[in-house]
Ligand binder design. Structure first.
Ligand code: GLN
Length: 201
């Protein structure tokens, strides 16, 4: 067990700074991941929110896709928010035809699932393992359409037209949320992730 795990934040596009600031406040050592050499130094990976199609293209252009896929297949802990959830999903619905993912979670994710009327909203959600609700900020968010047998559902939308939709999951050391805790001042999800990485580093 390492007291200060080294956590990589994928830094090709998206809200990198917000994740770095939460992780640093929680005492993690943070490495920005932009080159293959950085992939070797990390014990866990955060994939930020942003635009998954752009991140996918840049992952390939920066030759990060293959090494990250390999680390994830070998069991590296990872946490993805929003576009990060899309990138950690094994299967997508409403993806661009040429869109790849890194995979790692046995889930099917629908991009831009909430539709134009409610494409951005905030809601307090019950979250498995947390005793008070999480303030969730959704920005053109995906939802999880199907989960495999080994996937734990951590949160669902509580109210409104999308009530019951799955918006947070965990499978072993890999977690994902449709929403952005890093934007809403919520730190408990990152804290859980840091402790997952610490226990495995
Ligand atoms: N709609 C974006 C995508 O498909 C995700 C939005 C976000 O990360 N806030 O990548």
């Amino acid at each position: 067990m390492s007291a200060t795990p080294t956590i990589g934040v994928l830094a090709v596009q998206g809200d990198v700074r917000e994740h770095v600031s939460v992780l640093t406040d929680l005492g993690a050592r943070v490495v920005l991941v932009r080159r293959p050499q950085e992939v070797e130094r990390i014990s866990g990976l955060v994939v930020p929110g942003g635009e998954s199609t752009v991140m996918d293209k840049l992952l390939r252009a920066f030759e990060l896709e293959a090494p990250l896929r390999q680390r994830l297949a070998d069991g590296m802990p990872a946490y993805g928010s929003c576009a990060g959830m899309i990138l950690l999903a094994d299967r997508l619905v409403d993806a661009r035809p040429d869109q790849h993912t890194l995979g790692g979670l046995d889930i099917t994710v629908r991009r831009n699932a909430f539709g134009r009327q409610v494409d951005s909203f905030e809601q307090d959600l019950d979250f498995a393992g947390l005793d008070t609700p999480v303030h969730a900020v959704f920005i053109r968010a995906p939802w999880v359409e199907e989960v495999g047998a080994d996937v734990e559902v951590l949160a669902r939308v509580g109210a409104g037209p999308a009530a019951g939709r799955i918006v947070a999951v965990r499978q072993g050391p890999v977690m994902a949320t449709s929403f952005h805790p890093e934007v809403g001042g919520e730190r408990r999800i990152h804290a859980d992730f840091v402790s997952i990485v610490s226990s495995r580093a």
